[in-house]
Ligand binder design. Sequence first.
Ligand code: IMP
Ligand code: MG
Length: 173
Amino acid sequence: MPELIEVLSATEIEKKISDIAKVISEDYKDSDLVLIGALKGAFIFLADLARSLSIPSQIGFVGVSSYGSNTETSGVIKLTREIDVSIKDKDVIIVEDIVDTGLTLEYIIDYLKACGPKTVKICTLIDKSERRMVDVNVDYACHRIPEGFLVGYGLDHAEDYRNLPAIYHLKLN
Ligand code: IMP
Ligand code: MG
């Protein structure tokens, strides 16, 4: 049976998002901000982050997939959904659930930059550093961990566990 070990409680997640939202609200107070969430993992984080900001923002989504049902990246990233808002001359923050190798983020950055934004920065719920393969600059991170496969709060394993309100380390025995 898979084992779930709590890493962040719902209350801890809420506090971390509130802290980062204060910083982003200050940094973007005079901007044309668009939050672009990476589906599907970032959907809960983006919803909570957007409501914690004290400044206006537009919201869009991009769909990418790389993992299939494994716990290791396949390394092949596919665009599964194009963005649905214009980001031309806008200040974009990519909202990711978790950055691991950085390959997904690198793909999204290249895709979005081709759409003519003014600026592109990155905000991730979890920054997992151990397996980083490309040097992506994470501008805002709620929580940093060295390793482990996490689920809950939008994060899945083979589409399970996204609904959990807290974040857990998944141990497949
Ligand atoms: P990367 O391309 O290796 O940086 O992986 C990024 C994507 O893989 C994230 O957007 C997640 O969807 C997924 N991912 C990476 N690590 C985990 C994890 O620990 N749990 C669940 N999904 C993960
Ligand atoms: Mg993702």
